[in-house]
Design a protein around this ligand. Structure first.
Ligand code: MN
Length: 754
């Protein structure tokens, strides 16, 4: 009886919580500029609430709290309207309950049903257990995205909420989800201009992968907060005075670098927290006096504040005249504060700020008013994606990397001979540019003129270059081009053209071979073909045909003898043959068939962990982790566990592609084995310094120096020390002790595999 009462009360409390969350969503929605379509949103909520009734999330919350939270993100953080809010509320209904897309269509109409359908198709993670499934899913995601961009925006909101509530998942699931988020969702969010969400996704992933480093940086940020507040106040007071005098409506915000970006910078620049000087940036957001004055106001503010503080000559970034491909617009300047510190100031209008935070959704919001031309950029990008999808590469991982190339790259501007501006990714080559103009221009190009000077196709373009592509009708795509094409479009086109060409040669080769075998009276069967493949050291029949077709292999006596001598030297042939056979088998055997790979599920992995992993692990040599590092295990196809550092780029790829094979791994014994690490030091050269360094290291118990390499240039010394240590604690102690030395300015462990 009592239990019943308790249960009823719990149910009541839950219902009240659900109702409250939904009312918050409605209020948020009513506060936006969108049409007030409360009825349909309420209907979607009631439908979803009913469909998910009684189901709980891992955290114990009623399931419906998740779709409500996703709808809130869609409304508040991405700025979408009622259609998207309804789709967000309904996004897991088809996937998790008995309702179908048709049911949704009957009740909510075609648009909402299509979006829910898109979301259902790409559910369950972009990356399945197998590479092919993963590429399939990813393709689906991008295809649905190009049909209706709202699908991917809601998917990102879904992922954001799952990341915010990741704590209740199992650790190996956490790694998979965090890895996938960092690998694909954060870059996608960035590409769609959702900076705020991108930053939060990165931060959350980082927090789960490196909890200690995360809290360390967080603590340091807290400890230095008041210091930054003071710098901010002193720096902005004179600016406020000036802007007031100009009669502008504005607000000034302090922007603090995210924990993840700080860590990233510490890793790539090998500097400690204390030496990151751009943690604080200042953002001036203004309301233009009239819409037409928006750009003028930006530059007026720039001129006004450059009179107060000295601007850095090389650090003016004009994203106003040339918006980034994701629509971002702002003017960035770096000014010298009175304390001698460089501070970046970002100047943007309220409209530009919305675009920066909410991405393309914000464009639509302003479209009715002013009309924006930048939207074309997104369309162009989607078209590129579609083109690549129409002609996918056979290797799934290559395919993903190709797409990813286009997500991360930052941009430069180059000019055509007619003065047209083209946006290209950084580090792109003249060849990439040729392909960006047209496939025919790319495939027939022989060289380029950059700023009127002749350059090879591999020449890297700089922002502001004027590029003229030279073509010739007789030119054809060259295999070497794959090495210096960097854009997704160029790479995909080159690969596809080469494949097409290879197919032609293969056909020719096949005919030539058939004629040859016929004339010699040799049967054209599997064994004959296999022997020829081996004879010419090729990998498969296609390669054999292609080699004959391109005349790299010319059929002759050697091939003839292979079959004729068989009788005379029978014993010898047999020996080589069986040996060769055995070798082949060995290479193939450990690789399980597809069905075997699929069978490995989490349970089996957990069983493996307890029984055999302890003995059967290998340290990955790409990142050389040592005891104490944040690591994870990857269960390979032979049942071995390969230990990577969590931030190792190889591990990131494994996590994303084979999440189910990832095992949460921790060190327990520390002081038994020795591992090699490299420490980088830099400082001011002085007498006896080297002696001091070696003293400090040898004082540490049982640590041995393997190699010491120090170079001094103009009074600055720089060096690498290779040491045998037991674990991360050893490295930390040594680094801390070295930092105590007055003339040593920088000490860091060199992260390998970076
Ligand atoms: Mn969901």
């Amino acid at each position: 009886m009592e239990e019943d009462v308790l249960l009823k009360e719990k149910e009541k409390a839950e219902e009240a919580m659900i109702e409250k969350a939904f009312q918050e969503l409605l209020n948020d929605y009513l506060g936006t500029k969108h049409r007030k379509r409360v009825a349909i949103i309420t209907k979607a909520f009631n439908f979803a609430n009913h469909a998910h009734r009684g189901i709980k999330r891992r955290s114990g919350e009623p399931y419906i709290m998740h779709p409500i939270a996703v709808a809130k993100i869609v409304c508040n953080e991405i700025g979408l309207g009622s259609t998207s809010i309804c789709a967000a509320l309904l996004h897991d209904v088809v996937e998790d309950t008995d309702y179908t897309v048709e049911d949704i269509e009957n009740i909510f109409g075609h648009k909402i049903a299509m979006i829910v359908d898109g979301l259902t198709k790409i559910s369950g993670g972009i990356f399945g257990d197998r590479a092919s499934a993963q590429a399939e899913n990813f393709k689906k995601l991008l295809l649905t995205m190009s049909d209706d961009i709202r699908v991917i925006l809601i998917k990102i909101a879904d992922r954001l909420h799952n990341m915010r509530t990741l704590g209740s998942m199992l650790p190996n699931k956490q790694f998979k989800i965090a890895g996938e988020t960092l690998y694909i969702y954060a870059p996608l969010a960035n590409r769609l201009g959702l900076y705020k969400i991108k930053t939060e996704l990165e931060n959350l992933s980082f927090r789960y992968e490196h909890p200690e480093e995360y809290s360390e940086i967080e603590k340091k940020l807290e400890a230095t907060a008041s210091e930054r507040d003071l710098v901010f106040k002193n720096f902005t007071d004179p600016i406020r005075e000036q802007l007031d005098r100009m009669g502008l409506r504005y607000r000034i915000l302090a922007r603090v670098k995210s924990v993840y970006s700080i860590w990233n910078k510490m890793q790539t620049k090998h500097v400690p927290f204390e030496e990151i000087y751009d943690i604080l940036a200042v953002r001036i957001i203004f309301e233009p006096s009239t819409p037409e004055e928006e750009l003028n106001n930006c530059f007026d503010i720039y001129v006004a504040i450059s009179k107060i503080y000295k601007p850095h000559p090389d650090r003016l970034r004009d994203w106003i005249s040339h918006p980034k491909a994701n629509g971002y617009q702002a003017l960035h300047v770096t000014l010298m504060a009175n304390n001698g510190q460089w501070i970046e100031v970002q100047i943007r209008s309220e409209r530009m700020n919305d675009v920066a935070e909410q991405g393309f959704a914000a464009h639509w919001k302003y479209k009715e008013g002013g009309g924006s031309e930048d939207e074309g950029e997104l369309e162009k990008w989607l078209r590129t994606i579609k083109e690549i999808l129409d002609d996918p590469q056979p290797d799934a991982i290559d395919f993903l990397d190709t797409i990813k190339l286009n997500l991360f790259a930052s941009e430069i501007f180059v000019f055509t001979p007619k003065g047209e501006i083209k946006t290209m990714p950084q580090n792109c080559t003249a060849l990439d540019f040729a392909f960006s103009l047209h496939t025919d221009i790319g495939s027939h190009c022989i060289g380029a003129k950059v700023n009127h000077k002749l350059v090879p196709l591999s020449h890297k373009l700089q922002s502001g270059d004027q590029v003229e592509v030279l073509t010739s009708k007789s030119q054809r795509v060259q295999p070497e081009w794959e090495a210096f094409a960097t854009t997704a479009r160029a790479r995909a086109k080159i690969a596809s053209l080469l494949r097409k060409e290879a197919k032609g040669y293969q056909k020719e080769g096949e005919t030539l071979l058939a004629t040859f075998l016929h004339n010699e009276g040799i049967p054209q069967d599997d064994s004959t073909l296999d022997k020829l493949v081996r004879l010419h050291h090729l990998r498969n029949r296609d390669e054999l045909y292609a080699a004959i077709g391109t005349q790299k292999v010319i059929l002759g006596d050697e091939d003839r003898n292979l079959f004729k001598e068989k009788k005379g030297r029978n014993w010898k042939k047999l020996l080589t043959f069986s040996f060769g056979n055995k070798e082949n088998k060995q290479a193939e055997e450990p690789r399980p068939t597809k069905s075997e790979t699929e069978k490995i599920d989490t349970k089996e992995i957990l069983k493996l962990t307890e029984e055999s992993i302890r003995k059967n692990y290998i340290m990955a040599d790409c990142c050389n982790s040592i005891p104490g590092d944040d690591v994870l295990g990857y269960l390979d196809e032979e049942g071995r566990v390969i230990i990577h550092k969590r931030q190792c780029p190889v591990a990131v790829r494994l996590k994303s592609s084979y999440g189910n094979r990832i095992i949460a791994t921790q060190w327990d014994t520390h002081k038994e084995l020795s591992f090699l690490v490299t420490i980088y030091i830099k400082g001011i050269d002085c007498m006896g310094l080297l002696n001091e360094v070696t003293q400090i290291i040898s004082r540490q118990l049982n640590v041995n120096i393997r190699k010491l390499n120090i170079e001094t240039i103009d009074g600055i010394f720089e060096g690498h020390i290779q040491l045998y240590v037991h674990d991360v604690d050893d490295v930390r102690t040594i680094c801390n002790n070295l930092k105590q030395v007055q003339n040593i300015k920088q000490v860091t462990r060199v992260e390998e595999g970076k």
